[in-house]
Write a protein that binds this ligand. Structure first.
Ligand code: NAD
Ligand code: TDX
Length: 335
């Protein structure tokens, strides 16, 4: 089988490529990535010489390029996106372009070249915010209610994928997952930002009251779920992928990281809240469990520790990122 992975130099895409080549060593992967600030080929050093792996530097918004690459592809796994909520609040334009137009370009090429599967990687953020102190979870039947430019652009891309499936019979599947964490996580996101700031002797910026709740999913569990959806998932279906945390808020997450790094709570710095900050996400992953037999396997505490160890061992990786334009962004965001 030959897969086109878009955004394969990003956090989840690179973890997926490493996972796939290990699990399915006879498959071929083409990685199409624009190498924006979030794309990093260092993540893929261990496979760059693998004859079954090919990297193409390019933009998913380029129809000629995408059409040409897709001509001999069986399966598309679409990760490429602008992915950081705070950046979408500073400037929504690249989110509209890549997440909406880029998905449209890929869908057209998938249709034209008759791929056997288009798998779209989406997020729980498209469903908006749940109240605190409730047991309500997002399910595959929850109505869309995106509240940030990022979430709105991902919602639009989900709608396009579904429309192409219904209107043109494009064989597609969608997964909406919760917050991933693990190796190669870009240090603008909460957990890697906290770990790397603390290692550098800096404080951790916590938005608002810090009582915001996310569902945390170890990235390898996510990759395994996509694998199952590709093997056994039903065309036209959406599957939710969630983790093992049970309503843990940002302050609790930080306190765990502080403990594991032997740091004081005085390293928490409350800063201005994110506009439109979604209070709580919680994912019901019963459908994928019942229909495909998937469940998350990586315990949060254990894999948070593993992730911290990874960041301690791979300081060159993130220290090279936390320079230049990253610092300009950091200054603007946390001014
Ligand atoms: P990321 O920001 O780490 O990586 C995105 C990758 O896409 C980068 O390599 C970037 O260079 C590439 N890219 C961006 N624009 C492109 C373009 N126009 N053409 C080609 N490549 C382009 O993102 P991530 O955290 O790995 O997220 C991957 C996907 O998973 C996204 O679609 C995101 O919405 C979704 N998702 C992420 C999470 C999470 O917790 N990180 C949770 C749910 C869903
Ligand atoms: O400095 C920070 N301080 C802080 O308190 C940052 C960067 C975040 N936060 C809070 C905001 C959220 O409540 O931490 C929580 C997690 O924030 P992010 O890491 O920015 O993730 P989130 O906004 O939840 O979105 C993530 O999960 C869903 C990914 O970035 C998205 O790509 C994915 O769709």
């Amino acid at each position: 089988m030959k897969l086109l992975v878009t955004g394969g130099a990003g956090f989840i895409g690179s973890n997926f490529i490493l996972y796939w080549l290990k699990k399915h060593p006879n498959d071929k992967i083409v990685n199409l990535d624009k190498l924006t600030y979030a794309g990093n080929l260092e993540n893929l050093k261990s496979v760059e010489k693998n004859p079954n792996y090919e990297f193409i530097h390019g933009d998913i918004c380029n129809p000629q390029l995408v059409n040409q690459i897709t001509s001999n592809i069986d399966v598309i796994v679409h990760f490429a996106a602008e992915s950081h909520v705070d950046r979408s609040i500073l400037d929504a334009a690249p989110f509209i372009k890549t997440n909406i137009e880029g998905t449209y370009v890929l869908l057209e090429a998938a249709l034209k070249n008759k791929v056997s599967r288009f798998h779209h990687v989406s997020t729980d953020e498209v469903f908006g915010a749940l109240p605190l102190n409730s047991k309500v979870k997002f399910t595959e039947k929850t109505a869309y209610n995106p509240r940030s430019p990022y979430a709105a652009s991902k919602a639009a891309s989900d709608h396009l994928v579904r429309a192409y499936q219904i209107t043109y019979n494009l064989p597609s599947t969608i997964s909406n997952c919760s917050n991933n964490f693990g190796p190669f996580h870009f240090p603008e996101k909460f957990i890697p930002l906290a770990i790397t700031n603390l290692i550098e002797g800096k404080k951790v910026p916590v938005y608002g009251d810090g009582l915001y709740v996310r569902d945390w999913l170890y990235v390898e569990d996510h990759c395994r779920a996509i694998d199952l959806i590709l093997q056994k998932g039903n065309i036209g279906e959406t599957y939710f992928i969630g983790g093992l945390t049970d309503d843990i808020n940002n302050i609790e997450v930080i306190k765990k990281i502080l403990r594991l790094l032997n740091k004081e709570e005085s390293n928490i710095e409350y800063v201005k809240d994110r506009p439109g900050h979604d209070r709580r996400y919680s994912i019901d992953w019963n459908k994928i469990n019942k229909e495909l037999g998937w469940k998350p396997e990586h315990d949060f505490d254990e894999y948070l520790k593993m992730t911290i160890d990874w960041f301690i061992k791979n300081q060159d990786w993130w220290k090279r990122i936390k320079t230049g334009k990253y610092l300009d962004y950091y200054k603007k965001q946390y001014a």
